[in-house]
Design a protein around this ligand. Sequence first.
Ligand SMILES: [Zn+2]
Length: 391
Amino acid sequence: MTTATTAITNIGSLVTNDPSLGAGPLGLIQDAAVVVDGDRIAWVGASRKAPATDNAVDAAGRAALPGFVDSHSHLVFAGDRTAEFNARMSGQSYSAGGIRTTVAATRAATDEELEANLLRYVREALRQGTTTLETKSGYGLTTADEARALRIAAAHLDEVTYLGAHIVSPDYAADPEAYVALVTGEMLDACAPHARWVDVFCEKGAFDGDQARTILEAGRARGLTPRVHANQLGHGPGVQLAVELGAASADHCTHLTDADVDALAGGDTVATLLPGAEFSTRAQWPDARRLLDAGATVALSTDCNPGSSFTSSVPFCIALAVRDMGMTPDEAVWSATAGGAAALRRTDIGRVAPGARADVLLLDAPSHVHLAYRPGVPLVSAVWQRGVRVV
Ligand SMILES: [Zn+2]
């Protein structure tokens, strides 16, 4: 071996997400060890059988699991929406229009300000165990502002999404079709080189089904894979469109018909649930139980953004999903790790197994169940990202 190896031994309970390695869907191993070689997992098994390594870390009975994969966030922004949140918690309802406040602040910010803000939230998420983060543009809504958001995101994150179609730019309020033409034309040309994914907010007040289809198909023709903000605020065509176009993920999925649930269960589009949004807007919870019972793949993410879900905490979302969305603790932990990886079509993350990227968390707790059992408690006590201890 050319790189230093490290063994994490005496892990009380290890979530591998590989059923061939341990018990149940989480592939749980008790009294486990993990060997890290460079940026990869080299070995996983019983602690007493761990091979000799250059370095050793004694987990002292703590639980370990894969780093969280947060497959949905909006972190390239400036400004603050405290006043809006305060008003909403005083009785007003959320509409898509509040995004305009952040658009104005983001356009006015310098590149350095946007980058510093992004890094602040990336580090904040990392401290809470998020080792993979997807983020989106969508607060620029001009060709130059969207392209710069993606350029800044791509410099720090490997999952970047073009969301020129977050809302119709205020500059095009009188002519939404002209904005769709911009998003699928000049703006797409400028943004596609910096992104892997194309997304659209398919919702009343944002983009209708026909507009969303035009935007996603244009992105796909430029090599971007679709993901969709779908069925958040009400019923609509977003989920069906996502499945039909082979989107990696339909995100929110709060208001679903039986046909929507069947489509998600029958296709390979992941249903990504974002309970931070329902929490922060006092809205109806998505029904994870219904999706899981139908056979859909469910991911759990933060939707971290300054308007409707200003949390970077995956553990918080796990606790909400268990408390209010019908998920078991095992299901919620799977969805926040392997589920997120599936929503990003990644096989190298979201599991602790030989060959996977060495993204591993230790909890100050004996079991992953404590993530839901002890809500609001900062249990993540150590984080390895690509084999490097970062927390
Ligand atoms: Zn979102």
